[in-house]
Design a binder for this molecule. Sequence first.
Ligand SMILES: Nc1nc2c(c(=O)[nH]1)N[C@H]1C(S)=C(S)[C@@H](COP(=O)(O)OP(=O)(O)OC[C@H]3O[C@@H](n4cnc5c(=O)[nH]c(N)nc54)[C@H](O)[C@@H]3O)O[C@H]1N2
Ligand SMILES: Nc1nc2c(c(=O)[nH]1)N[C@H]1C(S)=C(S)[C@@H](COP(=O)(O)OP(=O)(O)OC[C@H]3O[C@@H](n4cnc5c(=O)[nH]c(N)nc54)[C@H](O)[C@@H]3O)O[C@H]1N2
Ligand SMILES: [Mo]
Length: 753
Amino acid sequence: MARAKDGTIYYSGAEGGWGSLRGMALVAGAERPGPDALSALARLNKPGGMMCTSCAWTKPAKPHMFEFCENGAKATMWDLTTRRATPAFFAQHSLTELRGWSDYDLEQAGRLTNPMRYDRATDKYVPCTWEEAYRAIGSKLRDIPAKEAIFYASGKASLETSYAWALFARLYGHNNLPDSSNMCHETTSVALKSTIGAPVGTCLLEDFEHCDAIFFFGQNTGTNSPRFIHTLAAARKRGAKIVTFNPIYEKGLIEFRNPQSAQMITGGKTKISSHYYQLKAGSDIAAMLGMAKHILAEEDRIGGVLDHAFLAQHSHGFEAYAETVRATSWETIEHETGLDRADLIEAANVYIQAERAIGIWGMGLTQHHGGYDNVASVVNLMLLRGNIGRLGAGVSPVRGHSNVQGQRTVGISEKPELVPLDRLAEQYGFEPPTEEGYTTVTGCQAIVAGKVRAFLGLGGNFLRAAPDHRVMEKAWTGMDLTVQIATKLNRGQLFCGETAYLLPCLVRAEEDIQNGTPQVVTMEDSLSCIHGSIGKAKPASPHLQSEMAIVAALAQATLEPNPRVPWAEWSTDYAAVRDAIEATYPDKFRDFNQRLFTPGGFFKGNTARERDWQTKSGKAEFTVPGALNATGFAAEEGLYRLITLRSNDQFNTTVYGYSDRLRGIEGKRDVLLINPTEMARAGLREGQRVALVGDASDGVDRVVEGLEVLPFNLPEGCLAGYYPELNPLIALRHHDQASHTPAAKSVPVRIRA
Ligand SMILES: Nc1nc2c(c(=O)[nH]1)N[C@H]1C(S)=C(S)[C@@H](COP(=O)(O)OP(=O)(O)OC[C@H]3O[C@@H](n4cnc5c(=O)[nH]c(N)nc54)[C@H](O)[C@@H]3O)O[C@H]1N2
Ligand SMILES: Nc1nc2c(c(=O)[nH]1)N[C@H]1C(S)=C(S)[C@@H](COP(=O)(O)OP(=O)(O)OC[C@H]3O[C@@H](n4cnc5c(=O)[nH]c(N)nc54)[C@H](O)[C@@H]3O)O[C@H]1N2
Ligand SMILES: [Mo]
C-alpha cells in the first residue's frame, strides 16, 4: 500500500498492471475511504480476516501478502466511504427529484445512516425508530396472505442471515425466495442438477494445478473475478492451454502483467488465452457441437479418443447425442458461430490432447433463452473424455456475488424440493409450505399482474437489476408494503409501496459486536469452500443494525412466538445460528463452529466430484440441445443480438465510475458498441446518437434513447452496451427456458437513428 503526493492511497500490489494501480488511486481519491479502509484491505481474504464482498472466487489456503484485486479494493473502499446519506440529505430531496439522478450519483450520496419511512405527503423518506419500523412491517405482513409476499435476497448476506431469512419466509408461509441467482447462475444450478446431479461446480483449486486445458466460455475474469487470473496465469506457466470463446476480445483474458514480479519492471506479460475464438453471441451450442463433431470423427479415424469405460459406466444418452452431432453439418455450424471449421477443429484438438480438462463459464452462457443447453453443452463436452470426477478435470462455473452460492445451500430457494423441508419441520415444529415460490421473472410477472402485496429485499437493487424497468417501476408502487435492507441509496428504493421502509445495515467490513462479543459471519465461495469473516472497521453510523439482527427482529414482529426458534438469541449469538444450520444440514456443515477459519475454507462436498450421479438415470446425462443457437429468435435484417455488459468500473448496478479501462471506453456509459462493417451497413457514423428499440411483439414500448455509436470489435449481427442502463429493453418473457434467468446476453433489438 502506498500514498501518493496528493494524499490518495493506492495499492501497490494490484494485479493487472499499472493501469489498475491508477484505477485504485483514482477510486481512493474519488470515494474518500475512511481511516479503516487500509487495514480492511490488508485483512481481505485471509484466514481470520474479512472475506471480500466483491466476487465469489475462492480464497486460497496460502494467501498472497495482498490477497485482493483492484475491484475488490474498490468494493471495500466504496463500503467504507466517509460519505453519508443522512436524514438531512433525505429532507432535501424528494423521491421524484432523486429519480432524475444517475445510479452513480445516487450511490455517491454515501452510506445510509438511519432507518427511514416513506412519507407520501412530502414524497420524502423521513427518519423513524427501529421499533416503529418493525412494528409497522410486522403488522402489515400479518394482514396479508403470506403467499402474496416476496422475500428477495441479493447474494451478499452471510450464511447465518440467509438461513434465518429463508426460515422466516417458510414460518410465515411461502417459498417466494427469489435470489440474485435467478438473474445469474440459476441456469447453471438447474442444468448441472439435472445433468450431473449436483447444482454447483465440481472443481477445487488443486484441479487448476493439474489440468492440461481449460475451456472458457463467456466469463470476463479480468474484470469480474480478477484474483482468478493468478490461477489461470499459473496454469499457463505450467504449459496448460486456455481456450476462450467470447464475442468480445476481452483484454483481461488475453494477457496479464503481474505487478508482484519482475514483469512490472520489464513490462513483460503472461498470455492468458492460448486460443481465442470470437464467436457470435448465443452460438456456443453450435461451437461445442462442432468440437464434438471433430472429436467423434477422430474417434472413428484413430480410436482411443473417447473414454469408453467412463461412457459405459457413468453416462446416459450418448448415442442420441452423437447422432445429433453427426447430423449437424459443418456449414450450419460455421454459419451459426461465424467461426471457421478449422478454428473448431483446432480447439477440439486441444481438447483431445489434454489428459485433463476443465470447463468454465459465466453470464455469457447462462443469460440466454437457451442457457440450459449452453451449460449442458459444456457438460456434454466434458463427459466425452471422462472429464468430471477426477483430479485436474471438471466443470467450474464462476459465481457472482460473494455468497450467492451459499445462500442457496442454506435454503434460499423458491424450489421446495431443493430444501430439506422435513428436517425443518422436525427442527422447528411447523409445516413448511410446499408450493413452488416465485423466481425473479415469475415474481416480476406477478407484481405486474397485481398479485403481490409485499416485497422485502435483503440487499440488492432488484428493480434496477431486473428486466423491463419501465413496466416494473410502474407496477411496483401498487404494492402495500416495500422494505429494503440496504447499505446505500439506489434507484430501486425510490419506488415505494403504500407503506415503505429503508433499513440501513452494517457492511461486512464493519465490526459487529453483540452483547460485547465480536461476531463472525460465513460465506461459501465459487468452489464450495466455506470461510469465516470478521469485520473490524468502525460502523458508518451508531444507528445501524446487523443484517442478522434486522431479520430476527422482522421475524419476531411478524410471527407467533415459537419457543423452538430462538430469534433473540440468534440475533446476538451467530454461533447459535451456525449450530442450527449444522442441525439442518449435518453432512455439509459438520463441526461448523470448529472449522470457521480453516485455511482455504472447508469444502462442503460435491457428489458429482465423487462420480455419485444423483440424476434421474443415476448416471451423468448427455443432452441433445433443443436448438443450435441460444438466442431464442430468428435472424432477420436489422434485428440485432444485444449483449448487456458490465464495465470494469461497476459492481452490478453500483457504478463506481465511468472508466471501462480494459475495453478502452472512457468517460461514458451511454454507448452503443457496433462493429464498423455493421455501422456502415446501417448507415451510421461514429458519435451519432441513436435509440435502441426492444422487441415489441407484445405491444410494450421498449426504447432507450441517446446512445452514442461507438465502433467496436464485435461479431456480425451483435451489438453491446451497458447493464443496467439497457434493461428497459429486455422483455420479462425473454429468459432461459428451464431456469427463467433473464436472457441479457442476446436481447433482440433494432437501431433507430
Ligand atoms: N468488478 C465486478 N465484479 C463482479 C461483478 C461486477 O459487476 N463487477 N458482478 C459479479 C456478479 S453478480 C457476477 S454474476 C459476475 C459476472 O461475471 P461474468 O460472468 O464475467 O459476466 P459479464 O460481465 O456479464 O459478461 C460475461 C462475458 O460473457 C461474454 N459473452 C456475452 N455473450 C456471450 C455468448 O453468447 N457466448 C460467450 N461465450 N460469451 C458471451 C461477454 O463478452 C463477457 O465477456 O461477476 C461478479 N463480479
Ligand atoms: N441486463 C442485465 N441485467 C442483469 C445482469 C446482466 O448481466 N445484464 N446481471 C444480473 C446479475 S448476474 C445479478 S447478480 C443481478 C444483481 O442484482 P442485485 O444483487 O439485486 O444488485 P446489486 O447491484 O448487486 O445490489 C446493489 C445494492 O445492494 C445494496 N448492498 C450492498 N452491499 C450490501 C450489504 O452488505 N447488505 C445489504 N443488505 N445490502 C447491500 C446496496 O444498497 C446497493 O445499492 O443483476 C442481474 N441483471
Ligand atoms: Mo450475478
